[in-house]
Design a protein around this ligand. Structure first.
Ligand code: NAG
Ligand code: NAG
Ligand code: NAG
Length: 319
């Protein structure tokens, strides 16, 4: 019985510490990935039955996504590569942009997440958006009634794609410099300096873009503007400070649990050994040694006459 408990505990211990069990990928996609799939659906619905290539079609989103804008643009891949598309809202696609894997025609889905930017693309602690998050993703145009399509990767070669954020929220003069932020499909932010004009970001990939400022760099000003997010003490993390903190917390909790399990396992191994010892003593009595039987706990246990301390079953200690 005690031995079974030991085995169970040890199994738990080793299962718990195996990396496969500790880092099981969550089966549900992140909210940002789910939103991409939803917006692909609404963008494709905006395309007429026989959409003209090179024409921008605005989509309509449900009330739950009020404030989000989505559009679709169907292009021949060859035309995109040779001529680019200079004005897809804030995005300027130069010649040389290709969608991979290669398709005959691609649909470029534009999105402006407006006031939902923070919800779907939370920034590391201390950062605040100065512009909405803008998305540019590419999909295969072969089936315009398809939903849940995988993204194509949009790649610029010699000349970058430019994202011109028209109206960027002003930062206090002398404060930190605004930075371009790009989210890959994992949702991890990467920060870069903007182009000379300050509100233009250059990119060699599709994805989600915005301009943000690290407000922890702002010196404690007496008249701190309410628009800037509350100051959060730096966690020392860089781009993924938030994730870092969660990882550390997870590691601490995990280690504590593992230690607890280890201690329990050791305790019950010791207990098992003592029970075995009693069994051996019992067997010895059968062999002929004079042993006095005594009531120990709820069990009859053999007790050597010369025993100084009465054996006591550990469950009485543990109880
Ligand atoms: C699409 O929406 C944009 C603003 O988001 C607007 O400027 C443009 O005129 C709209 N296009 C059509 C065809 O409705
Ligand atoms: C975002 O703005 C729209 C109007 O543009 C509004 O209807 C919606 O409630 C806002 N959503 C949030 C979460 O503030
Ligand atoms: C923001 O700036 C502060 C001060 O320079 C720095 O300690 C912190 O790491 C920065 N945050 C990020 C996420 O880069």
């Amino acid at each position: 019985m005690g031995f079974l408990v030991c085995v169970c505990l040890l199994q738990l211990l080793f299962l718990g510490s195996s990396p496969a069990a500790a880092q099981q990928p969550s089966p549900t996609p992140s909210p940002a990935r789910a939103l991409d799939a939803t917006l692909q659906d609404y963008a494709y619905r905006a395309l007429a039955r026989r959409p003209r290539t090179g024409i921008v079609y605005n989509g309509t989103v449900p009330g739950s996504l009020a404030g989000v804008a989505v559009s679709a643009l169907r292009l021949r891949s060859g035309s995109l590569r040779r001529r680019g598309f200079p004005g897809y809202f804030q995005f300027a696609l130069p010649a040389g942009v290709v969608a991979r894997p290669r398709v005959e025609r691609a649909v470029l889905v534009y999105s402006d997440l407006g006031n939902l930017s923070d919800r779907y693309y939370p920034l590391p602690p201390g950062y605040a958006y100065l512009a909405p998050v803008l998305g540019l993703l590419a999909y295969d145009a072969a089936n315009l009634s398809a939903a849940g399509l995988p993204e194509l990767s949009l790649v610029a070669s010699a000349t970058p794609i430019l994202v011109s954020f028209g109206s960027v929220r002003a930062v206090p003069s002398g404060g930190p410099a605004p930075r371009c932020v790009w989210f890959d499909l994992d949702g991890a932010p990467q920060f870069r300096d903007p182009e000379a004009s300050g509100n233009v970001c250059a990119a060699y990939r599709g994805g989600h873009f915005s301009i943000a400022v690290n407000s922890t760099e702002v010196a404690p000003a007496p008249a701190s503007p309410a628009a800037i997010a509350p100051l959060v003490p730096g966690t020392g993390g860089r781009a993924a400070g938030n994730t870092q903190a969660w990882k550390i917390a997870g590691t601490v909790v995990g280690s504590a649990a593992a230690l607890g399990l280890l201690a329990s396992a050791l305790l019950c191994l010791v207990r098992y050994k003592r029970v075995r010892k009693l069994e051996v003593m019992e067997r010895n009595s059968e062999v002929g040694e004079t042993l006095r039987m005594a009531q120990v706990g709820r069990a009859q246990a053999p007790v050597a006459l010369w025993t100084r301390t009465q054996p006591v079953i550990e469950s009485e200690y543990a109880a």
